[in-house]
Design a protein around this ligand. Structure first.
Ligand code: SF4
Length: 457
């Protein structure tokens, strides 16, 4: 069954959907169970990738903010920072249900070398009463893109509104999606829209997607107004503000010759904001959040048929098409860097963006599928090795490179007739298998690659 576009594009905070947004949702879900119970203490254990890169990804603060009741979609990152500072001062944690318990971030126990069987991103939460009797205990898994699941309830992503079983055009593969397009004479976005409107009005879908796009644009606007270095200790300089100033002076009329540089800027601006812990749209993850906004910017700025009057419709078609392709990755492989490496994050986002652009360029469903396939084929094997466990190097530049790759993939597909050798389903399965074979040190543990070859100071 296809995953809703509103699950793949959710509003949250940086720097990581699986390590920040998911843990916050898990903390919040757990705290909601404690309302009305005589809770006297809580314990938090992080396992695998959450433990090994949790410091750099803000996981510890996120899970505690969730326990306080913060929601990734609405939390004010500055207020969250102040609450965490107060927690460290007082050693007292006020849970969402009202009880206050002794707690500091240093009480969180990290188990970086322990991988729980269900998923490498696991956390165990436990609450006890004054006599140390267990009131509630749960193991949550942050499975990528902010989605969470647990041992007792299954999927509990709070922002997730599952697409009803009664969608008119169920699909879980590229082949099924193409068959639905052919049988109904609809583009990929048409199939996706019909499925979304099985559970929401057309107006709600439209308003929801335009809001998602607004948040993407505001993220860029905030980012290009900020200079200095990114948090985390790597002293990585923010570049977007300076590039924005330069490009605005060099290319006031948006000459297509500068298109690649504007696309670079958009992707890097989003990812610098993400690295700061700011508000971003998970698309389909935070580490890869810059690719879809950058390629959508290209579609709105450089595709001649997209006039002001078609702008909103273009946003909808782009995001619906990208969402349809993202749903296939979520269903058949993974969008989690901890599970399949960066190919599942940046690769999936590039594939989704290429599909969205191909449709906006007037591609047939076969050309859209081809664009999605090309973009993933040339991201296969991409490892996740963030320096210092921070979503900064290689992540920020990688989004810019992948956005341009996605544009190239869409343009290559549009030069063909949609007939091609490797299908999207074959490349998705190849990505899944490659991820399964990939050494753990290249799957968001900061134990291999650039993370060990580049000194931290
Ligand atoms: S390397 Fe890729 S998967 Fe890993 S944190 Fe960076 S963007 Fe995410």
């Amino acid at each position: 069954m296809p995953v809703s576009v509103f699950d793949l594009f959710s509003i949250g905070i940086g720097p990581s959907s699986s390590h920040t947004v998911g843990p916050m949702r898990a903390g919040r879900a757990f705290a909601s169970r404690l309302a009305g119970t005589p809770v006297a203490s809580v314990a938090v254990d992080l396992y695998g990738s959450l433990a090994s890169t949790g410091q750099g990804h803000g996981t510890l603060g996120a899970v505690v903010a969730g326990l306080m009741g913060s929601d990734p979609e609405t939390v004010d990152p500055d207020a969250m920072g102040a609450s965490l500072a107060e927690l460290e001062d007082t050693g007292r944690l006020r849970l969402a249900g009202g009880a206050t318990v002794p707690f500091r971030l240093t009480d969180i126990v990290l188990h970086p070398l322990t991988m729980l069987p269900r998923h490498p991103n696991a956390m165990r939460l436990r609450a006890t009463d004054a006599s140390r009797a267990v009131l509630a205990e749960e193991t949550y898994y942050s499975i990528g893109g902010g989605f969470i699941t647990n041992d007792s309830e299954g999927d509990v992503a709070e922002a997730a509104i599952p697409v009803d079983d009664a969608v008119p055009f169920p699909f879980s593969s590229g082949a099924e999606l193409l068959a639905a397009c052919a049988a109904n004479g609809l583009p990929v976005s048409g199939i996706a829209l019909a499925n979304e409107t099985a559970t929401r009005s057309t107006e709600d879908v439209r308003a929801g997607l335009l809001r998602i796009h607004d948040v993407m644009e505001s993220c860029v606007e905030r980012s290009v107004a900020r200079s200095g270095t990114l948090p985390g200790g790597l002293t990585v300089r923010r570049r977007a503000a300076n590039w924005f100033e330069q490009l605005t002076a060099d290319d006031p009329e948006h000459d297509p010759l500068f298109a690649m540089e504007w696309v670079n800027l958009m992707a890097m601006a989003v990812n610098e904001e993400n690295a700061t812990g700011g508000r971003v749209v998970t698309a389909p993850t935070n580490g890869a959040a810059g690719i879809i906004p950058a390629v959508l910017y290209y579609a709105l700025t450089y595709v001649p048929t997209v006039t002001a009057e078609h702008r909103d419709d273009t946003v909808l078609r782009f995001l619906l098409t990208a969402g349809a392709v993202g749903s296939i990755y979520k269903e058949r492989a993974s969008i989690s860097g901890a599970e399949v490496g960066c190919q599942g994050e940046v690769g999936s986002a590039a594939s989704m963006a290429a599909a969205g652009l191909a449709e906006v360029l007037g591609g047939t469903p076969e050309q859209v599928e081809n664009a999605a396939e090309i973009a993933m084929e040339h991201n296969l094997g991409l490892t996740c090795d963030p320096i210092g466990g921070l979503v900064q190097i290689p992540c920020i530049e990688r989004n810019a490179i992948a956005a341009n790759k996605a544009i190239n993939a869409a343009r290559m597909a549009l030069r063909g007739d949609g007939v091609h050798h490797v299908s999207l389903d074959q490349v998705v399965e190849t990505m899944r298998q490659t991820g399964a074979d990939m050494s753990t040190k290249y799957k968001e543990t900061a134990m291999g690659g650039l993370a060990v070859n580049v000194p931290l100071c």
